[in-house]
Design a protein around this ligand. Structure first.
Ligand SMILES: Cc1ncc(COP(=O)(O)O)c(C=O)c1O
Length: 454
């Protein structure tokens, strides 16, 4: 029997026993979420919140509380909760999900490796890239090109590829042979010394390949649209030109689509619409809308036919790879995304934010509003002309004000406020979020480093 605990008791338990990802020592408040339905979640005290963050972390594509996904998990748990996919074993749901993903992916991608998270997926992709070259007689190809501002996860491989120095501080040595390039961040024109963004970045990429030596580079990894970096979409010619340079030098391209895949930006795979033509695609979050921890690394036929086939077994594996319950939930989730037209809905949410935030864009602290389907980055500055970033703690205060005074969940990534609501977000919810943001942003008091009272 479960003994019911009050909100305060739950908060105390948590404070005493749980270490949170990215926990700040100066924050002792706790937000204990206990229930969700559609785009609304409730905390242990019974207060409701509009979830403009997708489960707080870019998930919940089909919304909270979906019976279809709960039923899929229940049915699969009763028929076969788990059996390994190591060696020759498999299960019906993993096989069916792999077939479904192959049908959705670009034509040259037909094989996948299942993981439990995005970080595992990125590590797997890095290993696959190195193994691919090794089996083809190019063992010197070990270097990985990544980008500043990129986010790829928290394990040693994915954490090193991440372009946020705090992720690598004091836990080294990190993964060797990882080189960071500049991101395509058009708003920060100062990064490129007056040059065209793509021209600058192609010159940097070419010079880096020359310096390290193409014969030593396995792959480049990048998010089609940088997510945690602040919802930064590249100029249209960036990925096609990067792809061209990489292909010329035999370097693989890994698209990290942990955020973007399965509708976040309006497509099954965002890399396809940006001309990336990746050799590997890493997915997670939206694959199950967060209802189960599951990811998939999708690989080109060239890699899929080379890695396990030549040079012995693929010595890589996770106990829960291809977990049948997670795969059953993913299948039901993809059904909903398709049958409810959530890819189109994602674009409509984006259009709603574009018009809803038009007035906010004119506020003195709003430097840039970036909308990519159902995800938004609002970059805050102290001065529109100099583009000096707002102190991150003041951006956090904006998110706190939205939480406490409007009951809306948003988040700051440094000086950028981010939205990533469920793809079932209604027009009314989009308008309400936009109006609340505009209201709070109008009260940012830079001098006083606070949000002015209403
Ligand atoms: C682009 C990207 N890649 C990888 C990851 C890591 O995924 P996970 O947290 O599931 O390990 C994330 C997480 O937010 C992400 O945004």
């Amino acid at each position: 029997m479960t003994i019911s605990l009050s909100a305060t008791e739950l908060e105390n338990l948590d404070r005493r026993h749980v270490i949170h990802p990215h926990q700040r020592p100066d924050r002792q408040d706790r937000r204990v979420m206990v229930r969700g339905q559609g785009s609304t979640v409730w905390d242990a005290a019974g207060r409701d919140f509009l979830d403009a963050l997708g489960g707080g972390i870019w998930v919940a594509q089909v919304g909270h509380g979906r019976t279809e996904l709960a039923e899929a998990a229940k049915e699969q748990s009763l028929s076969l909760a788990h059996f390994t996919t190591f060696f020759e074993y498999t299960n019906d749901k993993a096989a069916r999900l792999a077939g479904r993903l192959a049908a959705l992916a670009p034509d040259h991608i037909n094989r996948m490796y299942f993981t439990n998270s995005g970080s595992e997926g990125v590590d797997t992709a890095i290993k696959l890239a190195r193994l691919y070259h090794h089996h083809r007689g190019e063992s010197s190809r070990t270097w990985i090109l990544a980008r500043h501002y990129g986010y790829h996860g928290s394990s040693y491989g994915s954490g090193t590829a991440t372009g946020i120095p705090d992720m690598q501080a004091a836990v080294g040595p990190n993964l060797p042979n990882v080189e960071k390039l500049m991101p395509p961040y058009a708003y920060r024109a100062e990064f490129y010394g007056g040059q065209d963004v793509t021209d600058f970045l192609i010159a940097e990429l070419t010079a880096t390949i020359e310096r390290i030596g193409a014969e030593n580079i396995a792959a480049m990894i990048g998010e089609p649209v940088l997510g945690g970096g602040g919802v930064i979409a590249p100029p249209a010619d960036y990925w096609p030109r990067v792809r061209e340079v990489l292909s010329k030098h035999g370097i693989l391209l890994i698209a990290d689509e942990v955020i973007t895949a399965f509708g976040r930006t309006g497509a099954w795979f965002d890399s396809a619409q940006r001309g990336m033509q990746p050799d590997l695609i890493v997915t997670a979050k939206g694959l199950t809308s967060g209802y189960q921890p599951l990811g998939a690394v999708l690989m080109s036929d060239a890699i899929g036919e080379t890695v396990p086939a030549i040079g012995g077994s693929f010595f890589h594996g996770h106990t829960y790879a291809g977990h049948p319950v997670a795969c059953a939930v993913a299948l039901a989730n993809l059904d909903i995304i398709e049958s409810e037209g959530l890819l189109d809905r994602s674009l409509k949410i984006g259009a709603g934010f574009r018009s809803g935030l038009a007035a906010a864009a004119d506020l003195p602290t709003v430097g840039d509003v970036r909308v990519e389907g159902a995800t938004v980055g609002i970059e805050l500055v102290t001065d529109k002309a100099t583009r000096e970033s707002l102190p991150p703690d003041l951006a956090l205060a904006v998110a706190d004000e939205l939480y406490y005074n409007h009951g809306i969940l948003t988040r700051n990534y440094g000086a950028t406020l981010v939205l990533s609501p469920p793809l079932v977000f209604t027009d009314e919810e989009t308008a309400r979020t936009s109006a609340a943001l505009t209201e709070v942003l109008a009260r940012v008091d830079i001098e006083g480093c606070r949000i002015a009272p209403c």
